[in-house]
Design a protein around this ligand. Structure first.
Ligand code: MG
Length: 395
């Protein structure tokens, strides 16, 4: 999100995400809101849209019965209010969500949003909140481009017809009352409809058509293309060398694991040459200096530090810019110790550090055929390359 898109509206608000659908309509094996889209679940894409916005007081998801483990996997690491479980209809589910707010929050604004609309923009949310300064109900709505006809080819004036989207904004207490009065009436398919039935004027806030609801497989294909056009891929490279310490020891730390060996590497931290190269590769994608600048050896707090800390900090910096790691590829060059027996453990450890599947971590080891300082068993070197997708508008 660029700086000028940040929500300037001083009105705080709550987010309530309807994610209770079973997804059976589209014939998917898992509910569509948990299906992976461009490497992560649809629900996560949607939630991440609200995470950095100014004014969000809470974000709560209404989830389907039995979806708890899917939900936990999709939302790991996000700060969310406790989830609420669905009722047997969408309206009932939203009502369950509304009941989770405290009495002193009933005058607050809540934005109700479909989990399957991951393309909502910060600008649209800003416009919606703006509308709520003069309105009691507002919804995003898009204009119609196609000629609209009913059976028998009766043409309708498309200027008077709108495609209603979400988020929709209301005062929590007012929407709760509307649900209590009309919630069992099946003619209403959205919350703004309930408010209109209460006699409230619903403000239509123009929204782009790309805020569509992912429903069918065709929608998934369109969403993939849209996300691909909204990302830029960057590559980072890291290189590191450490010399062997002549003093005898029991273990050497490489790739985040301790391998039984009689020599370790010299260094201020744990001297994990693999994780140092990886840290520099991560930082390289955002032009954010290098490991020596972030964790200077002159600083005593990094003495004997576990290098997993350095990877975590670099990952945090990448993630804060919206980065999603595609893969990491690492080559370790050493005459000793033998890496082969420990390769899988190292790969798994690095995958865990980066929150990736091990299949996205390349880890290769080679000797240098007796040539150079590595060949003379004076030290070990490591090279790392990472590929990371960032938002296309990132500077
Ligand atoms: Mg180093």
């Amino acid at each position: 999100m660029s700086k000028d898109q940040k929500i300037k509206n001083s009105l705080g608000f709550h987010m309530l995400i309807a994610a209770g659908g079973s997804g059976v309509r589209a014939g998917f094996d898992i509910p569509k809101q948990y299906k992976p889209l461009h490497g992560k679940p649809v629900l996560r894409h949607t939630l991440e849209k609200f995470m950095g916005l100014q004014g969000v007081k809470s974000t709560r998801v209404v989830i389907g019965e039995g979806h708890e483990s899917l939900y936990r996997a999709a939302t790991a690491g996000l700060t969310l209010a406790p989830f609420v479980v669905v009722a047997d209809t969408r309206k009932g589910s939203v009502y369950n969500g509304l009941c989770s707010y405290k009495d002193d929050e009933l005058d607050d604004v809540v934005l109700i949003h479909d989990a399957a609309r991951p393309f909502v923009s910060a600008a649209s949310i800003h416009n919606l909140l703006d509308a709520m300064t003069t309105s009691n109900a507002a919804t995003l709505a898009c204009s119609m481009a196609d000629t609209l006809v009913t059976d028998g080819y009766k043409t309708h004036d498309r200027n008077t017809i709108h495609g209603v989207q979400t988020p929709q904004a209301f005062r929590i207490g007012a929407l709760k009352s509307a649900h209590e009065k009309f919630g069992r009436d099946n003619t209403f398919t959205d919350d703004a409809g309930l408010m209109a039935a209460m006699g409230e004027k619903v403000t239509l806030v123009p929204s782009p058509r790309d805020n569509f609801k992912i429903t069918t497989n065709e929608d998934f294909i369109m969403a993939e293309k849209l996300l691909a056009s909204q990302t830029q891929t960057r590559t980072g490279f890291g290189y590191d060398v450490h010399a062997f310490d002549p003093a005898p020891v029991a273990h050497i730390r490489l790739g985040g694991i301790d391998i039984p060996h009689n020599r370790k590497l010299l260094g201020h931290s744990d001297a994990d040459v693999v994780l140092h190269a990886l840290t520099d590769a991560l930082l390289g994608t955002i032009g954010d200096g290098d490991i020596g600048q972030l964790f200077p050896p002159s600083d005593n707090q990094w003495k004997n530090a576990n290098s997993a800390i350095f990877v975590a900090e670099a990952l945090k910096r990448v993630t804060s810019k919206g980065g999603n790691i595609v893969n990491a590829d690492i080559t370790l060059i050493a005459e000793e110790p033998k890496i082969g027996p420990h390769r899988d453990a190292m790969q798994t450890r690095i995958a865990n550090l980066l929150n990736l599947s091990p299949s996205r971590i390349g880890l290769k080891a080679t000797t240098s055929e007796g040539l150079g300082f590595v060949g003379e068993r004076k030290g070990i070197e490591a090279h790392a390359v990472v590929s990371i997708q960032f938002p296309s508008d990132m500077e």
